[in-house]
Design a protein around this ligand. Structure first.
Ligand SMILES: Cc1ncc(COP(=O)(O)O)c(C=O)c1O
Length: 438
C-alpha cells in the first residue's frame, strides 16, 4: 500500500506525532530477521526489536507456523472457569525460566495490564493475610509502567502526570537513579548511587511501613531514557523492602527474555523480586500477551476460603488466549534453540564498545549500556527539548535504520540475533546522522 494522504486520517495513532507522520508517513509492510521493508520496498534495519519485543528477530518460521496451526485448531477458549492445555504448558515452561520461587503465572495481554494486575495483586495479598491497611503503592521518578491509571500513577513520567488529572490516590515515589555528574559514560552498571535506594526509608518514615503494599521499579528503565541501576542499588532496595514487609515488584516488560544477558534482569542483577511483570518478548511481539509472575508464597496466600469461590477477583477476556499461548511456546522454543536468552551477555562488550565510539560526536553528553540495550543522550536544542533526537530519528529512517528516541535520548534495543555487521551499520548510520544534525 502506498501512502494516500486522505486514507490516513481515520487512524488516530498512539504515542505518535500524528500531523508530522501523516505529512511523511513511515509505513512498514514486511519484516524478516533483522530487517523491515517499507511500502517503497526499502530495507530498514531494526535497531529496537520492533518496540523492545521482537527479541528473536522477525517472522521466525516456527512461531508463524504455531500461530497458523493454533488459529485453525482452537481460536478461543474462555479463560474464566475454563482452560486449554497450552495455557498450562506455557505457564509451566515460564516457571522454569524465572528465578527460584517465582513460579505462579497470571496471564494478561500487555505490559500495562501486567502492571495493573501486579499492583492489585500486591494490595489484595496484604488484605488476605490480614494487613488490609497496606494499600499505598510506591513508584520511582522517571519510571514507566505503561499507560493505565495504576501504571501512570506509580510511573514518574511528567507528560503522563500533567495530562491525566490527579491519578490514583495513595501513591508516592522514590527518587530516580540518574546521576550524570558522577556516572556519565559508564560502561555497564554505574559505580555511584546504591544509596538512592535509601529514599525508600524516607517514605517509610513518612507514611509508616504498615500502610505500604509494594514498591515497583524497572530494573533498567527504558522509556525514560535508558537508566541502568547503580551497582548495589537493587539489592539495597530488596533489603529495605524485606525489613519492612513491603513487596518488591520488578517491571521486566522490556528487560525480560534475554535483553540484559540472562532470561530476566532479576537474574542478571542477582536480586529476586516478589512479583515480576512481563510482556513483549514473551511472544516475540507476534501476538499481544503479558504476565505477572508471582512468588509461590504470594499465590498460596490467596488459596484459602471456600473452594468454590474465586480467590483473586481479576482477569481479562483474552487472558491466556490460545493464539498467544501458541506463539509463546514457539517463542520459548526459538529462544532455546538459538541460545538467545543469554546471547546479549556475549554481545555486550562489542555493543558497548561500538556505542562508546560515538562519545566524541557532536552533542553526545552520555552513553549508557547493559546487555543489548544502549542509550545515547544528547544535549537538547535550546528551547526545543526532544527536537534534536527526533530529527536524528527521522534522518536514520531516511538512511534505512529504525531507532527510538525518548526526550533527547536515543534508545537502542536490537533483536538478540544481531551480528557484528548489523552493529557496525547501526553505529555508522548514527554517527553520520549525529554529524549532520550538529
Ligand atoms: C517497563 C514497562 N512497563 C510497561 C510497559 C507497557 O507495556 P504495553 O505497551 O505492552 O502496555 C512498557 C512499555 O514499553 C514498559 O517499558
Amino acid at each position: 500500500m502506498s501512502a494516500d494522504a486522505s486514507r490516513l486520517d481515520a487512524y488516530w495513532m498512539p504515542f505518535t506525532a500524528n500531523r508530522q507522520f501523516k505529512q511523511a508517513p513511515r509505513l512498514l509492510t514486511r519484516a524478516d530477521g533483522m530487517f523491515f521493508r517499507d511500502d517503497k520496498g526499502r530495507e530498514v534495519l531494526d535497531g529496537i526489536a520492533g518496540l523492545w519485543c521482537v527479541n528473536a528477530g522477525h517472522n521466525r518460521p516456527r512461531i508463524v507456523q504455531a500461530i497458523q496451526n493454533q488459529a485453525a485448531e482452537l481460536d478461543f477458549a474462555p479463560p474464566f472457569q475454563m482452560g486449554h492445555p497450552k495455557a498450562f504448558e506455557l505457564a509451566d515452561r515460564l516457571a522454569r525460566l524465572t528465578p527460584a520461587g517465582l513460579n505462579r503465572i497470571f496471564f494478561t495481554n500487555s505490559g500495562s495490564e501486567s502492571v495493573e494486575t501486579a499492583l492489585k495483586m500486591a494490595i489484595a495479598y496484604h488484605r488476605v493475610r490480614g494487613e488490609g491497611a497496606r494499600t499505598r503503592l510506591i513508584g520511582r521518578e522517571r519510571g514507566y509502567h505503561g499507560v493505565n491509571f495504576g501504571g501512570i500513577s506509580v510511573g514518574g513520567m511528567v507528560a503522563n502526570r500533567k495530562m491525566f488529572g490527579s491519578l490514583l490516590a495513595g501513591v508516592d515515589h522514590i527518587r530516580h537513579t540518574h546521576d550524570a555528574a558522577r556516572n556519565a559514560f559508564t560502561v555497564g552498571q554505574p559505580a555511584h548511587g546504591a544509596e538512592f535506594a535509601d529514599d525508600l526509608e524516607r517514605l517509610v518514615a513518612l507514611h509508616d511501613a504498615s500502610t505500604i503494599a509494594a514498591v515497583i521499579v524497572e530494573p533498567v528503565a527504558g522509556s525514560t531514557g535508558v537508566l541502568i541501576p547503580p551497582q548495589g542499588y537493587l539489592q539495597r532496595l530488596r533489603d529495605i523492602c524485606d525489613k519492612h514487609g513491603i513487596l518488591l515488584i520488578f517491571d521486566e516488560v522490556i528487560t525480560g527474555f534475554g535483553r540484559t544477558g540472562q532470561p530476566f534482569a532479576a537474574q542478571t542483577f542477582g536480586v529476586t523480586p516478589d512479583l515480576m511483570t512481563v510482556a513483549k518478548g514473551l511472544t516475540n511481539g507476534c501476538v499481544p500477551m503479558g504476565a505477572v509472575i508471582a512468588q509461590q508464597k504470594i499465590h498460596d496466600t490467596f488459596m484459602t476460603g471456600p473452594e468454590h469461590l474465586i480467590e483473586f477477583f481479576h482477569g481479562y477476556t483474552y487472558s491466556a488466549h490460545p493464539l498467544a499461548c501458541a506463539a509463546g511456546l514457539a517463542t520459548l522454543d526459538t529462544y532455546a534453540e538459538d541460545g538467545l536468552l543469554t546471547r546479549a551477555a556475549s554481545m555486550e562488550a562489542e555493543f558497548a564498545q561500538a556505542l562508546l565510539s560515538l562519545r566524541d560526536e557532536p552533542n553526545v553528553i552520555d552513553i549508557r549500556n547493559i546487555g543489548l540495550v544502549g542509550g545515547i543522550e544528547l544535549k537538547p536544542l535550546d528551547g526545543q527539548p526532544a527536537k534534536r533526537a527526533f530529527d536524528i530519528f527521522l534522518d536514520c529512517w531516511d538512511q534505512g535504520l529504525l531507532i527510538r528516541t525518548t526526550g533527547d535520548t536515543i534508545a537502542l534495543s536490537p533483536p538478540l540475533i544481531i551480528e557484528s555487521g548489523h552493529i557496525a551499520r547501526i553505529i555508522d548510520t548514527l554517527r553520520a546522522a549525529l554529524r549532520r544534525a550538529a
